[in-house]
Design a protein around this ligand. Structure first.
Ligand code: PEP
Ligand code: MG
Length: 551
């Protein structure tokens, strides 16, 4: 038995086989060949395999997101078999007598540049598709997997680090736990683990070798340890913990259907954070009162090109209908920093967390923003949707956003498309600037939701992605707690309601404090709702305030 240690980011114990996550890597070399015909038939075979892979992806996507969401894979199949593309590759192979990998890479680059130079936005968008299909064919030629989990049974995923664009493509039913060598406690991999309520360990010194793949292991998310090839005694001990955890879960189950009300009668809404429609099952299972944060950017990260209005509409409508009249707060695109999608072609930045991200992208690319707003507004006719804007720093921004929303509404009116005319608009408070001007901002919107993950990062000047700063990243810092009080007071003064949707909202050691501050809502990972309900029910706010000398 070998024990590896790291930092636990979600408690629980998982027992299963390790699966070392391999990233697709391509180092295409230009190599001279002897026989062009042999090389061309290698290329032909690789094309056929790529088309088959895309068919598998198409079938999977049809089941998961419906036909319109799957169309992209059909389009990719056609691009792999495009006559001009094939002619160019074969010509390079014959005239330069070079390997197929190189010829595909060259052609891919040339076609990509050609698309990027076109005036039509649609064709410019195809540049990312060309890159994607060329990489796929090269992967096949080089015998490199496309990245991801290859096992058919649920596994413990072991990786160096995982980008949001990688986790979004994983089959969540196959993941028992995450163990990463790098990554920070506030990264989106940690957030995903919390959403899925599975144990996760980061900063773990486990080797990512082939011989680790498939070995039996235990991940203990209480101790932050991974036991590889556990002995019988350890296995029995950990199995007992799994059973105890199960019992605890069953006890919490009894809180389903109960109200979130303190002993002295103060109510609070407990909502769930989600990243995509697959999380909806967890939302219902954990009895959330609504969705307080739908991280819509995951739709963009899971896509190979800009998701269309109809594709987005189908997703938002599904969420609104599933929640059956309960509130669904959709946060508009929060891309940039750690959440990168190639087709946005964002500039390389020195300080991406302080760069072109979130609302800044939406305001500089109004067409992308309007497409999303139209999709959300159309879906608002099918349930109770609110819209929330991330990374706000000024009243002027909010006014510009409201003008754009009004423009989109007018467009829908002119087409007699139904939508919720009273739709609530809210903003995330996640920059110190927004805290300082919260009173003015509150007059402009219906609600605030505090993004404590970014608010902590920007207030303490600590990159939330930087693992070596985890010991300094302190969301309990008095500066943050005082800001939280300022925010809720300003919201109420300006006639808005206030919630918290950052990770701090589920911190049970602060539940009493948040109730005493007067927060109206906490939005947390679905698995945190019932423990939070238990804490609310056990709280007496006036007694707590007396104890703390707050009144
Ligand atoms: C936050 O910053 O607290 C938040 C909820 O948004 P995200 O974690 O997606 O940046
Ligand atoms: Mg944020």
């Amino acid at each position: 038995m070998i024990i590896y240690e790291g930092k636990a980011v979600f408690e629980g114990v998982a027992i299963g086989k390790l699966s070392v996550y391999k990233k697709a890597e391509q180092f295409v070399k230009r190599e001279k060949i002897e026989d062009a015909d042999v090389e061309i038939s290698r290329y032909e075979e690789a094309r056929n395999t790529a088309v088959m892979q895309l068919q598998v992806l198409y079938d999977k996507a049809v089941k998961e997101v419906g036909e319109s969401g799957a169309e992209i894979f059909e389009a990719h199949q056609m691009m792999v078999e495009d006559g001009d593309f094939i002619d160019s590759v074969e010509n390079i192979i014959r005239t330069q007598m070079v390997n197929a990998e190189y010829a595909v890479a060259e052609t891919g680059d040339n076609f990509r540049k050609m698309f990027l130079e076109m005036d039509d936005e649609y064709f410019r968008g195809r540049a990312a598709d060309v890159k994607d299909i060329s990489e796929r064919v090269i992967n096949v030629l080089m015998g490199v997997g496309g990245g991801g989990i290859e096992s058919s049974e649920p596994v413990i995923v072991v990786a160096d680090d995982l980008a949001p664009s990688e986790t979004v493509q994983m089959d969540k039913d196959k993941i028992l736990s995450f163990v990463t060598v790098h990554g920070s406690a506030n990264s989106h991999t940690s957030i995903l683990a919390k959403t899925m309520s599975i144990p996760a360990i980061i900063g773990c010194d486990i080797p990512l070798t082939d011989e680790m793949d498939g070995r039996e292991a235990i991940v203990d998310g209480f101790e932050g340890k991974v036991y590889v090839d556990p002995d019988e005694e350890t296995l029995a001990e950990k199995q007992k913990i799994v059973e105890k955890e199960q019992e605890k879960k069953e006890l919490l189950e009894q809180l389903r259907g109960k109200e979130n009300i303190t002993q002295d009668g103060q109510k609070i809404n407990l909502y769930a954070n989600i990243g995509n429609t697959k999380d909806l099952g967890l939302v219902l299972k954990n009895d959330a009162g609504g969705i307080g944060l739908f991280r819509s950017e995951f739709i963009y990260l899971g896509s190979e090109t800009y998701p269309t209005e109809d594709e987005q509409f189908a997703i938002y409508k599904q969420v609104a209908e599933t929640m059956a009249g309960k509130k669904v707060i959709i946060r508009t695109l929060d891309i940039g920093a750690d959440k990168q999608a190639d087709y946005f072609e964002l500039p390389k930045e020195e300080n991406p967390a302080l760069g072109l991200r979130a609302i800044r992208i939406c305001l500089t690319r109004p067409e992308v923003f309007k497409t999303q707003l139209k999709a959300i507004l159309r879906a608002s006719a099918f349930g109770k949707i609110s819209i929330m804007f991330p990374m706000i720093i000024s009243v002027d921004e909010v006014k510009r956003i409201k003008e754009i929303v009004e423009g989109v509404k007018a467009e829908l009116d002119s087409l007699s498309v139904p939508y919720d005319k009273e739709i609530e608009l809210g903003i995330m408070i996640e920059t110190p600037a927004a805290v300082m001007i919260a009173e003015e901002l509150a007059k402009e919107v219906d609600f605030f939701s505090v993004g404590t993950n970014d608010l902590t990062q920007y207030t303490l000047a600590i990159d939330r992605q930087n693992q070596s700063l985890d010991e300094f990243y302190d969301p309990h810092h008095p500066a943050i707690l005082r800001m939280l009080k300022m925010i809720v007071d300003a919201a109420h003064k300006g006639g808005a309601w206030a919630g918290i949707c950052g990770e701090l909202g589920s911190d049970l050691s602060l539940t009493k404090e948040f109730l005493a501050m007067g927060y109206d809502e906490l939005s947390v990972s679905p698995g945190r709702i019932l423990p939070l309900r238990k804490a609310v029910i056990e709280t007496n706010v006036s007694e707590y305030k007396k104890e703390k000398g707050l009144e």
